[in-house]
Design a protein around this ligand. Structure first.
Ligand SMILES: [Zn+2]
Length: 320
């Protein structure tokens, strides 16, 4: 699909992904950076599958610029903004076909721009690597604690035990355990027997501290994987392994203004006050209390002050 794509070329090569999506009004395309230093482990870093999750895109573009071939053992592929049609327009979903890229895998080579980009990743990039790292963030709507989760199969080069070691190498406090969805990048990787790790963290406005956490986590993981030659200090804390499902979500019971009473990452008891919903109009200012549906840790909080009935205010993960 990119006739000049040669992922075996030594050194650092930059490829233009624009032609894969086809001509799009006001969009110039983004890059795939291949840093190849011969034999060794290989990894694909994807950013911006959801176009408005910009932390990942800033950090991956930085890594693509800064990592030199001599820093690498093996090969690192980096696509900072794989969903560039959405990223360049400031949107989560592609404004050209309205599709959610993380529900379009494995894609179609002759499909919509989003499906074509997915097919390129699945057909051209997955077979070239031992591990996929798919970096997300909260985007415009929510803030998310830094966390990772991953998938391996009995036939993937990175097995479950190694995957767990790598996830703990991030040094993040939270490691999630989830069932995968086949149509996501990680789900498609699993179907192709490629191990994958999805990263979350940040959301809303870009904050220096969150970018630093994301970059440091990726560097620790790449060093632990052996693809980056780096000496890193040990991590001073232990991870919390947790699961999170719909039962941990707390939603708005009516249109309201949200006051968060706890912070992202806080541990909460069942029934603890987590938010207040203030009326949007009228002479009564009495707020409705929102209580934690489960004991655990607050993983997500809405970035919106105004919420509609049924909209997510936050969610809680349960330690396992
Ligand atoms: Zn995302």
């Amino acid at each position: 699909m990119l006739p000049a794509l040669d992922l075996t070329a030594r050194g650092k090569t930059i490829h233009d992904l624009g032609p894969i999506a086809g001509p799009l009004d006001g969009v110039t395309g983004d890059i795939l950076c291949c840093i190849n230093n011969g034999e060794g482990p290989s990894v694909l870093l994807l950013g911006g599958i959801h176009g408005d999750e910009y932390e990942a895109q800033i950090v991956l573009r930085r890594l693509a610029e800064r990592i030199a071939p001599t820093d690498v053992t093996g090969r690192i592929l980096i696509a900072p903004s794989i969903n560039f049609p959405a990223s360049e327009k400031g949107k989560r979903l592609s404004p050209f076909d309205g599709q959610n890229m993380n529900r379009c895998f494995p894609g179609k080579a002759d499909g919509t721009p989003t499906e074509r980009l997915c097919a390129f990743v699945t057909r051209e990039l997955f077979p070239a690597v031992d591990l996929l790292i798919d970096v997300h963030a909260g985007g415009s709507d929510v803030s998310v604690v830094p966390m990772v989760f991953g998938f391996a199969t009995g036939s993937s080069k990175v097995d479950d035990a190694r995957l767990n070691e790598l996830m703990e190498a991030w040094g993040y406090r939270f490691v999630q355990h989830v069932d995968g969805i086949d149509e996501t990048a990680c789900g498609a990787a699993k179907l192709a027997d490629l191990a994958s790790i999805e990263v979350e963290g940040g959301g809303g406005r870009m904050k220096t501290a969150e970018l630093e956490i994301m970059e440091a986590g990726l560097l620790r993981a790449l060093a632990a994987f052996g693809v980056l030659k780096l000496q890193l200090a040990p991590i001073p804390f232990e991870c919390v392994h947790f699961s999170a499902g719909p039962e941990g979500q707390y939603l708005a019971s009516c249109p309201a203004l949200v006051e968060h009473c706890i912070s992202l990452g806080d541990e909460v008891a069942k029934g603890q006050l987590v938010a207040r919903l203030h009326p949007t109009m009228g002479s009564k200012a009495t707020a409705e209390d929102v209580l934690a549906p489960l004991p655990g840790y607050v993983l997500r909080q809405t970035e919106h002050a105004f919420v509609h009935k049924g909209q997510l205010i936050g969610n809680i993960g349960t330690p396992i």
